[in-house]
Design a protein around this ligand. Structure first.
Ligand SMILES: NC(=O)c1ccc[n+]([C@@H]2O[C@H](COP(=O)([O-])OP(=O)(O)OC[C@H]3O[C@@H](n4cnc5c(N)ncnc54)[C@H](O)[C@@H]3O)[C@@H](O)[C@H]2O)c1
Ligand SMILES: [Zn+2]
Ligand SMILES: [Zn+2]
Length: 391
């Protein structure tokens, strides 16, 4: 099969690799019809993780089930399913509590596994023709018939929509609250949609890319341009000096200043400054335990110069971590189904898998207009098959 393979920093290619196949009776095999490039892929693409060469990337996957393991009960051939990026078992003590991002079975001795991801287990990614899905009864989210029209919405249930939602839940957003979201990438924009659905009174989204800020505005948020001065000061001005009720971090350890230089503590300290005393902060942007290639001395060890004194005096709370996609994806699917949420609004490019290497480059450069890329591996496969059957 064809798959997008990591060869080294800023070097990915679409190669012929061994076909994904059923390995355990609890697996299904999915023909991928839509798979996205994510900001999380960029940490790997830039060589800032220890992901192994040859790894197939891709953790935002949707497709059609083409083969079913003998021990799978609820999933059938022909079902369209969206796969949470977390690979979870459903029976460990964390999965039992809904904390599927911290499954203890799928990547021991660590908590949490994912497809095509550094440090998250041996699972191959779905930027490929086919994907093996372990514990399929638990991990597959079946999609309704309107998948034929809403595939680009439903694919966002694999990661960014639940992750944006998770950010607002970690931040304990309540109806009527004001919220600041750092990052107008796909995850920050999904947090804005989530805050809006949950009845936030004022949503402010910080970034410095005009195309992304424009999208934030179209989604009903107030865009805050980092280039126009300290964003925390801008937020304080918009909240009568009090700060917002809660805040979300959707950037992560590679956050930058206006010169494009990485300053790893920037968003966390801005959050402390721009959220009110006693406010809650939800951090879904990825921070890592070590980052040897960072310029910053502390960041090399996974540490931050965090403004703990102000944080303590303000009595704020922080919650962090990978999203537990399964805690949200079923209900968010319903919001898409009835037309109350349209996460595909942020898609800028829909491409064939063969175009993925170029898409990685443009998305990584945060090139104007490249906000979210969806790839369609099966489209090429289908036309190939059609051509073959015509011959
Ligand atoms: N916790 C989870 O489960 C989970 C899931 C998916 C993605 N993520 C992480 O979420 C983060 C965002 O993902 P994405 O796909 O939106 O990525 P992205 O890289 O496309 O977007 C990040 C955005 O943040 C902006 N930014 C950079 N520095 C900033 C700063 N100082 N202040 C404000 N904005 C700044 C960038 O301009 C960019 O638009 C990444 O770290 C990703 O790995 C986490
Ligand atoms: Zn993702
Ligand atoms: Zn588990």
């Amino acid at each position: 099969m064809k798959a997008l393979v990591y060869n080294g920093p800023k070097d990915v290619s679409v190669n012929e690799v061994p076909d994904a196949k059923i390995e355990k009776a609890t697996d299904v095999l999915v023909e991928i019809t839509t798979t996205n490039i994510c900001g999380s892929d960029l940490h790997m693409y830039e060589g800032r993780t220890d992901v192994e060469k040859g790894k197939v990337l891709g953790h935002e996957n949707l497709g059609k089930v083409i083969e079913v393991g003998d021990a799978v009960d609820s999933i059938n051939k022909g079902d369209y399913v969206c796969l949470p990026f977390n690979v979870a078992c459903g029976f460990c003590e964390n999965c039992e509590r809904g904390l599927t991002g911290f499954c203890l079975t799928t990547n021991p001795p660590n908590a949490g596994a994912a497809y095509g991801f550094a440090g998250m287990g041996p699972y191959s990614g779905g930027q490929a023709d086919y994907l093996r899905v372990p514990y399929a009864d638990f991990n597959c989210l079946k999609l309704p018939e309107d998948v034929s029209e809403k595939e680009n919405d439903y694919v966002m249930l694999s990661d960014i929509f639940p992750t944006g939602w998770h950010a607002t839940r970690l931040a304990k957003l309540c109806p009527g609250d004001s919220v600041v979201i750092y990052g107008a990438g796909p995850v920050g924009l999904m947090a804005a949609i989530s805050a809006s659905v949950q009845g936030a009174s004022k949503i402010m989204v910080v970034d410095q890319h005009p195309d992304r800020l424009k999208l934030a505005k179209e989604l009903g948020a107030i865009p805050i341009d980092q280039k126009k001065g300290d964003p925390a000061d801008q937020i304080l001005e918009l909240t009568e000096g009090k700060g917002t009720d809660c805040g979300c971090e959707a950037v992560g350890y590679q956050c930058t200043n206006t010169k494009g230089e990485e300053v790893p503590n920037l968003t966390m300290n801005w959050l402390v400054k721009s959220v009110k005393a006693t406010g809650n902060i939800g951090v879904v942007g990825v921070f890592v335990a070590k980052d040897p290639k960072a310029e910053d001395k502390l960041a090399k060890k996974g540490e931050l110069a965090f403004d703990f004194g102000n944080f303590w005096f303000k009595g704020q709370k922080i919650r962090t971590g990978q999203a537990n996609v399964k805690a949200y994806n079923r209900k968010l699917r319903e919001l898409i189904h009835v037309g109350k949420a349209k996460p595909s609004a942020i898609i800028s490019h829909q491409l064939d898998l063969s175009e993925a290497p170029n898409a990685y480059k443009n998305f990584d450069d945060r090139k104007n207009g490249w906000t979210k890329v969806v790839l369609k591996p099966a489209a090429a496969g289908q036309s190939k098959r059609k051509a073959a059957s015509a011959r």
